[in-house]
Design a protein around this ligand. Structure first.
Ligand SMILES: NC(=O)c1ccc[n+]([C@@H]2O[C@H](COP(=O)([O-])OP(=O)(O)OC[C@H]3O[C@@H](n4cnc5c(N)ncnc54)[C@H](O)[C@@H]3O)[C@@H](O)[C@H]2O)c1
Length: 255
């Protein structure tokens, strides 16, 4: 399952230094993948080292996805093992807050709107294009885009640019899934609700405690709740599933 004829299968996870991306990387490594962990935060190097211990199955790479030109260096950065890429998890994302609060639509400056689109949407598009190379060559792949409940319904915490970027990813996912199915590549989204992470902490614990009360399962999600669904989406059990969005929100939003 986790080897190709020319080596161990590689999984690439963006935004892997902490939070949901770190939990996903951990789970993929436990499943036997070699994991390329990418982040703008240099802590990703230590995080990968800590994860892999002496097994050597995780490597950290520093890349700032807001620098769209630098995204083209991705395959060179990872090196030869990039040819074994079979899983891509587009997880990196930003949700700008100012003293813990979003900007209202009417107040969002163009540069903030553009920054959110660059990191959340355009870098995701470019990375996916690059990663399709080895996947199409090997005729297998699983692409998982981490979107958000904000792409599915009205949510009070994130800004309009964040919601727009995440909804756009879900839109392109459906088109791409149709285009690459014949290459053995499945493309799906996971839309988390409120998950415990640095991003969530920014609004303060009072708001998070209050929000948790309105969630049917009675708590915020944990990064591992998302990682478990990634495990399903890279397994054979989901081989007939493509172009879909899976909600992981404790029942907070039911489509
Ligand atoms: N936490 C939640 O409640 C929640 C809910 C829905 C969706 N999401 C999505 O899940 C994903 C992970 O979120 P998280 O909660 O773990 O957030 P987080 O802020 O804890 O982690 C995000 C990671 O992405 C990295 N990153 C940010 N900008 C980058 C850039 N320009 N280049 C490279 N790396 C960059 C950060 O350094 C960080 O390590 C995001 O896409 C987020 O939008 C989170």
């Amino acid at each position: 399952m986790t080897t190709l004829s020319h080596g161990v299968k590689l999984a690439l996870v963006t935004g892997a230094a902490q939070g949901i991306g770190l939990a996903i990387s951990t789970r993929l490594m436990e499943m036997g993948f070699s994991v390329a962990m990418l982040d703008k935060n240099p802590d990703v190097i230590d995080a990968a080292q800590l994860l892999s211990g002496n097994k050597g199955r995780a490597n950290g790479y520093v890349l700032d996805l807001s620098d769209l030109q630098s995204v083209h260096s991705l395959s060179g950065l990872i090196g030869e093992s990039f040819q074994n890429l079979s899983v891509l998890v587009n997880n990196a994302g930003i949700s700008p807050k100012h003293q813990g609060r979003k900007r209202l639509f009417i107040d969002i400056p163009l540069d903030e709107w553009q920054r959110v689109m660059d990191v959340n949407l355009t870098a995701n598009f470019l990375i996916t294009q690059i990663c399709l190379g080895p996947m199409m060559k090997n005729r297998e792949g699983r692409i998982i885009n981490i979107t958000s409940q904000a792409a599915r319904t009205r949510t009070p915490i994130p800004g309009a640019h964040y919601a727009a970027s995440k909804a756009a990813i879900a839109g392109y996912t459906r088109i791409l899934a149709g285009e690459v199915a014949e290459w053995g590549i499945n493309v799906n989204c996971i839309a988390p609700g409120r998950i415990e992470s640095k991003m969530t902490e920014e609004v303060g614990s009072d708001i998070n405690t209050e929000l948790a009360k309105s969630i049917p399962l009675g708590r915020l999600g944990k990064p591992q709740d998302v990682a478990g669904v990634v495990e399903f989406l890279v397994s054979e059990n989901s081989s007939y599933l493509t172009g879909m969005t899976i909600d992981v929100n404790g029942g907070n939003f039911m489509a």
